[in-house]
Design a protein around this ligand. Structure first.
Ligand SMILES: Cc1ncc(COP(=O)(O)O)c(C=O)c1O
Length: 478
């Protein structure tokens, strides 16, 4: 094999030949028929490196990584809550981790998927769920394909969709992928959807409906939500709920009761399964009765003969993921829900709101808060009024120096220099107070030692990167 085609290793003697694997002592001609000759290797290159050095390599990498197990992770819009270890323990039990979706003894696994679908139905008010989507954005695509097929089946052409400017970027992207063109609605001064503009947009006739997250990415709850969904329905449209922000609503308010017809949930946010580098995700989609025929197949249904997989559906949008989705992740969410119970889930919502508002009131003492009202799970600060032309990036980089992860920056786009903070319910008061202390120190530095912020981060393994080049041409090994 050509040198440039061979594996490149960062550690150890790259040229070392391994001699502890014995050569095959049988002729296997069939192999030549199955594997193209250019892919058959006579020599295997594996780095020659002692075990202890490998262990040290990975331990070093793990130490420069930052996760929610290291400290507060106030990344707005991402709900980086603690992932309870009981979830991991149960997911690793052989009865779950060693099953194959095609094996005959899978009734228990199907039952579990059926139960969680019912529970998600109770939490959201929806009648049917698919667990297949692998992420929030994947769920959005599925929901919009369902919407599209629903109108096609009725013989109605509706190829536009309304998305407020406070939406997550995945909303317009998913709508475009599903073949819709987007009508963007500008939020009013409260960060809410202006009803007169909505009505005007719906009157265009070929509008399939609205995609909305409530509370939205400003962290504010749209108080006119029932009027919004009523207007969309009045013109024959459907209402899609982006449930990525469901955390503060848990046990308090249901998307169905707000008037929504389709909802996706991010199990990897609200229901405590790992995400960020630790995915994969899961974005189940729930619908009302009239849309159940359009759900992806196979559907798991309860019959007289037990729980079975139904592959027959004339109107289904088809299969969108192998088997029934990311089983291990769905299982973790199931454990989370059962271990908290209905009351526990409600207190998750309440404490998430309490924590966010506590931080908001504190940080507002030094930082600008453009939408100054009670928030839900998160709130958005801005770099307006920062001394010495200190901007959002400078603040975020300096937060890293103090050993914390930074909030989401420059999103949502409707706030200039946005810093979006979401503490989640799993942070204690002392953890929140420590974060406030750091943010106040940074403000004082902005006043008195601005160069510290301009050059930050100073204590991290890598300094300030050229963000555009780092994203386009990442060098991940040096
Ligand atoms: C409001 C909102 N909607 C949708 C998404 C997309 O979810 P995912 O990242 O799982 O695709 C996110 C993700 O951050 C979000 O915050």
């Amino acid at each position: 094999m050509d040198e440039k085609d061979s594996l490149i290793f960062e550690k150890g003697n790259k040229k070392a030949q391994i001699n502890f694997i014995p050569k095959m002592d049988i002729e296997c001609d069939e192999l030549k028929d199955i594997i193209p000759s250019n892919l058959i290797r006579n020599e295997i290159q594996i780095p020659d490196i002692p075990e202890v050095e490998i262990v040290r390599h990975y331990v070093k990498l793990s130490k420069i990584n930052y996760g929610v197990d290291s400290g507060i992770y106030p990344l707005g819009s991402c709900t980086m809550k603690y992932n309870p270890k009981i979830n991991e323990h149960i997911a690793r039990l052989a009865e779950f981790s060693q099953i194959h979706p095609l094996q005959e003894e899978r009734e228990g696994a199907l039952q579990l998927l059926h139960y969680i679908s019912k529970i998600l139905g109770e939490i959201t008010g929806m009648d049917g769920f698919t667990l297949q989507p692998a992420a929030g954005a994947h769920g959005e695509l599925v929901g919009l394909l369902i919407m599209k097929k629903f109108f096609e089946t009725k013989g109605v052409v509706k190829n536009k969709i309304i998305v407020p400017d406070s939406a997550h970027g995945t909303n317009p992207a998913s709508a475009k992928m599903a073949g819709f063109s987007i009508i963007e609605l500008q939020s009013n001064k409260y960060g809410e959807v202006p009803l007169d503009h909505l009505e005007f947009a719906m009157q265009q006739g070929d509008v399939a409906g609205i995609m909305l997250t409530n509370p939205n990415t400003l962290g504010v709850f749209d108080r006119q939500i029932k009027d919004i969904t009523k207007i969309v329905h009045k013109y024959g449209g459907l209402c899609y709920y982006d449930g990525a922000n469901l955390n503060p609503m848990l046990g308090i308010c249901r998307p169905r009761d707000m008037g929504f017809d389709i909802v996706h949930l991010n199990l990897h946010k609200t229901f405590s399964t790992p995400h960020g580098g630790g995915g994969p995700g899961s974005g189940p989609v729930g619908v009302t009765n009239e849309l159940i025929p359009f759900l992806p197949i196979p559907c798991i249904i309860s019959t007289e003969n037990g729980i079975v997989c139904n592959h027959d559906s004339n109107h289904s949008i088809g299969r969108i993921k192998a088997f029934w989705g990311n089983f291990g992740i769905i299982l973790r969410a199931y454990v989370y829900i059962l271990s908290l119970g209905a009351e526990g889930l409600k207190s998750v919502g309440q404490i998430a709101v309490l924590n966010a508002n506590y931080l908001r009131i504190q940080l507002q003492k030094k930082y600008n808060l453009p939408f100054n009202r009670m928030c839900q799970h998160e709130f958005v600060l801005s770099d307006k009024d920062m001394p010495n032309e200190i901007n959002t990036e400078d603040i975020a980089k300096r937060i890293l120096d103090y050993g914390y992860y930074a909030p989401t920056i420059y999103f949502p786009l409707i706030v200039n220099g946005a810093l979006m903070v979401e503490p989640t319910e799993t942070e204690s008061k002392s953890s929140l107070d420590n974060f406030v202390e750091v943010m106040f120190k940074i403000y004082d530095e902005a006043l008195n030692q601005p160069e510290k912020l301009k050059n930050a981060p100073l204590n991290t393994p890598v300094g300030r990167l050229d963000a555009v080049t780092a994203a386009r041409n990442p060098v991940l090994k040096d």
